[in-house]
Design a protein around this ligand. Structure first.
Ligand SMILES: C[S@@+](CC[C@H](N)C(=O)[O-])C[C@H]1O[C@@H](n2cnc3c(N)ncnc32)[C@H](O)[C@@H]1O
Length: 264
């Protein structure tokens, strides 16, 4: 499918998802989002101007704003932008445009982030990194949580016959599933190594972390389904291994901290 028509299909999918998004992500927010926010706060300082790409309903923008950052939010989906604007009481700049169009900004930001699968949905990732490079200040960071190509848990889940994403990850891309139904919206799966190539030479990877690697993936809803003590045990293991090689290569998602290469 042409990139432009794929974008329209994806937009329709996310527009339809917007009104139920927060409800579906509630347990996910409690168990995984805290790690992502921790990395965002380690990377960015209060007072910095940040661009959130694929802001969804504004959950992280709201927290980063109370942390003291000045936020500009963009999303492909009008309904997501509307929900984010409601959540932040309109107190940020909201732009309904795809990541493929971020060169529309004529200013430079201190940093940018795109959380939970946004980069996987971008139809022209190489072009995206080129445009992002132009709108970030020298040495600016870009933090992205990206669905990984190689997740060890897929092999375990396949062995015990629990539905998983192994086939799609092996293919490198697949349609997004919502409420058990396969949509026409697509996402690509990326390893840190592939992302390093796509972002080069404009960005270099400074750090990366698995999210999650010891805890089960979010679609299995472990915060609700696992016995409390087992969940706490796995969460403890997660905190020890998520930033260590080789575990950080094989999480369900990867949080990647890119830094702008100034000499390009
Ligand atoms: C899984 S949601 C993540 C939302 C939010 N970042 C979060 O952490 O909850 C993916 C978001 O990316 C947006 N999106 C998908 N493709 C996009 C694109 N090409 N440009 C900008 N936003 C996009 C969707 O509309 C949706 O809001």
């Amino acid at each position: 499918m042409q990139k432009q028509s794929q974008l329209l299909v994806n937009k329709e999918f996310w527009d339809n998802y917007a009104s139920i998004y927060d409800g579906k992500k509630a347990s996910f927010d409690r168990y995984l989002r805290k790690r992502n926010l921790e990395i965002l706060m380690q990377t960015f300082s209060p007072g910095q101007s940040l661009l959130e790409i694929g802001c969804g309903t504004g959950t992280e923008a709201m927290i980063m704003q109370s942390y003291g950052c000045k936020l500009t939010l963009v999303d492909l989906s009008y309904e997501m932008v509307k929900a984010a604007s409601r959540k932040l009481n309109g107190e940020a700049l909201f732009v309904n445009t795809p990541a493929e169009n971020i060169n529309c900004f004529k200013i430079q930001f201190d940093g940018a982030y795109a959380s939970f699968g946004v980069v996987n949905c971008v139809t022209d990732p190489e072009g995206f990194f080129g445009k992002l490079h132009r709108i970030l200040k020298p040495n600016g960071y870009f933090v992205a949580s990206v669905i990984n190509r190689w997740y060890w848990g897929d092999f375990l889940l396949s062995a015990i016959r629990i539905p998983n994403y192994l086939k799609k990850r092996l293919k490198g891309k697949g349609n997004i599933i919502l409420n058990g139904v396969e949509s026409s919206a697509t996402a690509h799966f990326y390893s840190p190594r592939t992302l390093a190539k796509l972002a080069s030479p404009q960005f270099k990877i400074r750090k990366y972390y698995a999210l999650p690697v010891a805890l089960p993936p979010p679609y299995l809803n472990p915060a609700q389904k696992l016995p409390r003590r087992l969940f706490t045990l796995l969460d403890g293991i997660e905190s020890v291994v998520y930033n260590k090689f080789p575990f950080k290569l094989f999480g369900d998602q990867t949080i990647i901290v890119f830094q702008k290469n100034n000499i390009v």
